[in-house]
Design a binder for this molecule. Sequence first.
Ligand SMILES: [Zn+2]
Length: 266
Amino acid sequence: MTIEFIDIGANLTHESFDQDRDQVLENAIAAGLDKIIITATSVDETNKAIACTDLNPSLLWTTAGVHPHNAKDTSNDFIEELEKLAMHNKVIAIGECGLDYCRSFSSPERQRTVFEKQIKLSLKTGLPLFLHQRDAHEDFIAMLKEQSVNNIKGVTHCFTGNKNQLKDYLDLGLYIGITGWICDPRRNQDLLQSIKYIPMDRLLIETDAPYLMPKELEKELKTRRNEPKYIREIAEFISSHKGIKIESLASTTKINSENLFRQLLN
Ligand SMILES: [Zn+2]
């Protein structure tokens, strides 16, 4: 029997898939992908992502949100637009949203304003947050705590942090999304330390395709473009480090995905 996976984060509207998106989806299904959640990063991209779900409605869902890099380009009423899009039955989370002080393409102030509105939209709609954080841990946790009144639901996508940061997320009740970052020997040290402390019922897996191609595969296949079909590589890596079978990792992360993103069950 094939093992079924849910990829909770793939940037399928990315231009690198424009030539062969149908084939990428077929490959994903052949590799055992049961569901894929498209990551949206702006209001325009959310519209594109919703249209993209038509390619295979039983496979595809999407988030609706504005990435911190794109905070600078938001209109004054972007949140009303997002709220309308969030009503679509294919939209199952608000994001990706959060703070990124690593590259600061948008000013930290603007990022915080745009993030705060999306946290409020999550609470208003009941849709969980799909969260992005880089080099902004303190502000990020402070904002979630301030807004949430402990009601926050969501996943911190592409978690790469250490044990202390992990504890902050777990204390907020968040799920933890792990990408192919964990397969990169040059930068996975923190994550390898913290992965053993991630409770199995909070773990989710994601490719972040076309980004973060697992390093071994990149060498072997001589391509840097990641695809949902490579989720197995990430699952194998995590299961070997947690000392569990890949079957059980796949089924647990699938159940976790459906617990967080309730609409996957509709
Ligand atoms: Zn991200």
